[in-house]
Every structure is written in structure tokens, then in C-alpha cells.
Design a protein around this ligand. Structure first.
Ligand SMILES: Cc1ncc(COP(=O)(O)O)c(C=O)c1O
Length: 503
């Protein structure tokens, strides 16, 4: 039987946001509603316990420090055992994104570099000049294939901990610059609804209002709709290359032109595409230019820990010139602890991760990235062609190597559940309901793509043959995506985070 929320869901969807929030507030005080939510919470908690804590029954839990310390070899054994359980899934190419290279020789190489540098901290540049060398050279290498040249000779940047930090910093830079130079007190950033949630985080942290423009039916952001929203509070416009959900690239050329004409910043989020698009272009693919060769682009985020094949924990944020980068820096001149200065969000930083990033760039080289880009785009094209042959499934938009699948005939989340039965770990998305796969080198191994296509055809057929029987997360995805009370969904997500931190 449907619960009352599900019963009235469609009707609630027509109400304006403020009324739904008000209703949600009223209902939360109602004892019957509260009891129903508690019951749902209990069910979700049980499900979370099973999926987030699979080791409860197999490994000893440590609630507090062991009194005497445990032998190193025993600790290593335990970590090895967990790694053995986790590795096959990503190693055999069943996972979307997440592990972008994954070849054992590459991993072993990065591990050896890490072992040599595990004590390094770029905050202590006097102690670890190697770390400063690695970071300066990482930035220079990435700038080198991101449009630094005659038209943009001053491209510079910093190494950060990941795409989110690169984005947070760029948004802080635009906020501070607009406040300093134009006195903007209520800053706004214009971007697509498909831009990464890291921009929402930046807005939340730094008091920026996001003006979100819905994409059209091809999942493309229309420049005229962006231009119409530029005003005196606009500090920057953002474009994704590509956007995470559907792998579609925003029209960076036109969007950055709008930013330039209006004297505001333009950030290309190339966390996913920064290492793919320039090299795809070099091997002759017709891909759009998204970097500093476009005069309006003033900053970029490019993730070394994704298609740069570095270990997790590094990204690069680039700026058109040093003046902009200086807006990112933090200094404290009166602290009794001494003169303090730091380029990014963190204080102490893992120099070993910068070392592995530097080593990855050097060992793969331009030729390696060109090869990877060619293969990824060929794989994307193969998958699009093969998916088109499966009745009942369609690819959203016109993506390159990150493909989102939707259906007008079956419940797409049930298809995803069925893919899960076959071992796949894919990303469930919403607005509209779909799931995606971000192709990586793991999917280029022999037989992996063919297996994906066969499993997709089987999963669609199963979802059609026995709807409502997938027995997985489909109902949760369905409800979380369509529930009008977004506050309840946010509460659920926070409870999930609580569950993660329960021993
Ligand atoms: C387009 C895009 N931007 C930003 C990010 C955030 O990167 P991270 O998870 O490294 O913080 C991602 C992550 O997938 C992304 O796909």
C-alpha cells in the first residue's frame, strides 16, 4: 500500500516551493506524520547498515584505541583482506568512473612514489623543496595543454585536493574580487542545473547565490538564457566540459564570450574533460575548445586524480593571470605562531600525493594521454551505437565518453538494479530519471564493453518482463527523486552521513 506522501505526490508537485516547505514544516509537527517518517527512517537505517557496513560480521570493530597497539603485520593483513574483497569490482571494469587507470603496474609505480614521499608537506617549503618543485611543475604541465600561449601567456594556478576544492577556490576568488573591485555584496553566479554540486557547496560556504538555468531537451545550456540573467551582482558564469550527469559539454565559447562582454569571470569546469578534450583534439576528433584559448575563460578546474591518472587527492585550479590567483591566497601576518601563508583551503597538505601526481603526468606523457583520449572517445561512440540497438533504452543528449541512459518504456532504476545484479556499479541520477557510466581505462580492457551492452539488453528485457520485481534500490531512487519534500530527502542524506561515521 502506498504511504500518504506517495499518494499525494503528484498533486504536491504542482504547489510552489514555499508552500511545500511550509507544509513540510507543519507536517513534521504532526504525530502521525512523524511516526510515518520514523518508520521509513528505520527501514532506511536497516538498508544502510547492510550496504555501508558489510564488514561488521567479518572484521573486529575498534571503538577506542587498543591499549597496547596491534602488531603491524596483523594490521596489514586486515587491510589486505579488505582490499582483496573490494578490488575485483573496479579492476574488472564494473564501476562507473571512480578508478580511472587501475593498471597494476601504474598503481604499483604510484605506490612506490608515495612510499618515498609519505612524510612530505608542502606547507613546509623549506623542508621539502621537492614538494614545491612537483607542484609548480604540475601546474605548468597542466597549463601547457590548457591554452597557455601567446594569447594567454600568464596562465597559472595551484594544486588542490580535488575538483571540489578547485571549484570552491575559484568561486571564492570571484566573490572576493567582485567585493574588492566593484563592491558587490550579494554575489551571484550563473550556471546550468547540470553543473556539479560542488558549486552548490561553494555557494553555501561563501554566501553566493546561484542562478541555475535549466538545460534544453538536448541537455545543453542555452546562452541567451544565461545572458538574460547577467546583472550588476553577477560575479561569474560557469560552464562544464563536460557536465557530470549526462556528459554533455556546455557551449563554453558563447558563454565565455557573454562573460567577457559583461566584464565578469568565466570558469570552465573541466574536472572530467581537462585531460581528455585537448588530447582528443590533437588526434583529430572534432571537440569544442573549452580552455584559455577562448579569451573570456578566466579560470578552470582540471582533475589530475581522474583522467590524469594520479592517486586520489589532487586537482589543479588554473587562472588566466597571477592577479586573479592572488585573490585565492591566504595570509595571517599577526598570528603569534609566526607569519602564516597558504595557497589553498588546507594548511598542512599531503606532499606525497603531489609527488604521485607529478610522477603520473611524467610517466604517462602527452602520447599516453592522446592514446587514452582516442580510445575513450571511440569506446563512447561504440556504446552509443550499440545502445541505440536496444529497444526501450535511449542515451540522453549527445555525449562523448560519459553516457546517461533513460527509458520511456521501463523504470530506468529497475534497469540499474538489474545491472547491479550482473555486478555493475553505476551512478543513479535524477531530473530526469536515468543512470550513467563514465568510461575509464578499465572499460577499454578486452570484452568489458561487449559485456556492458549484453547486460544492458538483458536488464531492460528483465525490467520489461517483471516490473517492480528488481528488489533493489529502484523504489528508493524513485521516491528520493520525486518526493516534493526536499527537506526530508536532505535529512535522509544527513542520516546516511551519520551512519557512515557509526562504528
Ligand atoms: C564535472 C565535475 N566537476 C567537479 C567534480 C568534483 O570533483 P571531486 O569529486 O574530485 O571533488 C566532479 C566529480 O565527479 C565532476 O564530475
Amino acid at each position: 500500500m502506498k504511504n500518504p506522501i506517495e499518494k499525494y505526490e503528484k498533486l504536491l508537485g504542482f504547489l510552489p516551493g514555499f508552500l511545500i516547505r511550509w507544509l513540510e514544516g507543519v507536517l513534521k509537527k504532526n504525530p502521525r506524520f512523524k511516526a510515518m517518517i520514523e518508520e521509513e527512517d528505520r527501514k532506511v537505517a536497516q538498508m544502510l547498515e547492510r550496504s555501508l557496513k558489510p564488514y561488521h560480521s567479518t572484521f573486529k570493530r575498534h571503538h577506542a584505541l587498543p591499549e597496547g597497539g596491534i602488531e603491524r603485520e596483523r594490521i596489514l593483513e586486515e587491510i589486505r583482506a579488505m582490499q582483496e574483497l573490494e578490488r575485483p569490482k573496479w579492476e574488472d571494469g564494473y564501476v562507473s568512473g571512480a578508478i580511472y587507470h587501475g593498471d597494476p603496474l601504474h598503481i604499483d609505480f604510484l605506490n612506490r612514489v608515495y612510499a618515498l614521499q609519505s612524510q612530505s608537506n608542502p606547507l613546509h617549503s623549506d623542508l621539502f623543496p621537492s614538494a614545491t618543485k612537483f607542484e609548480a611543475e604540475i601546474v605548468s604541465m597542466v597549463a601547457g595543454f590548457s591554452g597557455r600561449g601567446d594569447q594567454a601567456p600568464g596562465v597559472c594556478g595551484t594544486v588542490t585536493s580535488g575538483g571540489t576544492e578547485s571549484i570552491l577556490l575559484a568561486m571564492k576568488v570571484y566573490r572576493d574580487r567582485a567585493r574588492r573591485t566593484k563592491g558587490v555584496r550579494r554575489p551571484e553566479v550563473i550556471l546550468s542545473t547540470t553543473a556539479h554540486a560542488a558549486f552548490d557547496k561553494a555557494a553555501d560556504y561563501f554566501g553566493i547565490k546561484l542562478i541555475k538555468i535549466p538545460v534544453n531537451q538536448h541537455f545543453v545550456l542555452e546562452p541567451s538564457r544565461v545572458e538574460a540573467r547577467v546583472n550588476s551582482r553577477t560575479i561569474a558564469i560557469v560552464g562544464s566540459a563536460p557536465a557530470f550527469p549526462h556528459g554533455v559539454i556546455d557551449p563554453i565559447d558563447q558563454l565565455s564570450g557573454i562573460a567577457r562582454r559583461n566584464g565578469v569571470g568565466f570558469h570552465t569546469d573541466a574536472c572530467l574533460g581537462g585531460f581528455v578534450l585537448p588530447f582528443a583534439e590533437q588526434v583529430g576528433f572534432s571537440v569544442p575548445i573549452v580552455d584559455f584559448r577562448l579569451p573570456g575563460v578566466t579560470s578552470m578546474s582540471i582533475d589530475t586524480h581522474k583522467y590524469g591518472f594520479a592517486a586520489k587527492g589532487t586537482s589543479v585550479v588554473l587562472y588566466r593571470d597571477e592577479e586573479l590567483r592572488r585573490e585565492q591566497y591566504f595570509t595571517a601576518t599577526e598570528w603569534p605562531g609566526g607569519l602564516y601563508f597558504s595557497p589553498t583551503l588546507m594548511g598542512s597538505r599531503p606532499g606525497a600525493l603531489s609527488a604521485t601526481c607529478w610522477a603520473s603526468l611524467l610517466s604517462v606523457g602527452a602520447e599516453g594521454y592522446r592514446k587514452m583520449a582516442r580510445k575513450l572517445l571511440e569506446a563512447g561512440s561504440f556504446l552509443k551505437t550499440e545502445a541505440a540497438k536496444i529497444p526501450g533504452i535511449r542515451v540522453l543528449g549527445d555525449p562523448l565518453w560519459i553516457l546517461a541512459f533513460a527509458s520511456d518504456e521501463v523504470d530506468i532504476y529497475e534497469v540499474m538494479d538489474r545491472m547491479g545484479e550482473r555486478g555493475w556499479n553505476l551512478n543513479g541520477l535524477h531530473h530526469p530519471p536515468c543512470f550513467h557510466i563514465a568510461l575509464t581505462l578499465r572499460h577499454l580492457e578486452p570484452g568489458v564493453l561487449a559485456r556492458f551492452v549484453a547486460d544492458l539488453a538483458w536488464s531492460v528485457a528483465e525490467a520489461r518482463r517483471s516490473p517492480g520485481k528488481s528488489g533493489g534500490m529502484a523504489p528508493v531512487y524513485g521516491m528520493a527523486s520525486s518526493l516534493p519534500f526536499r527537506g526530508l530527502v536532505a535529512d535522509l542524506l544527513k542520516k546516511t552521513l551519520d551512519a557512515i561515521y557509526r562504528v
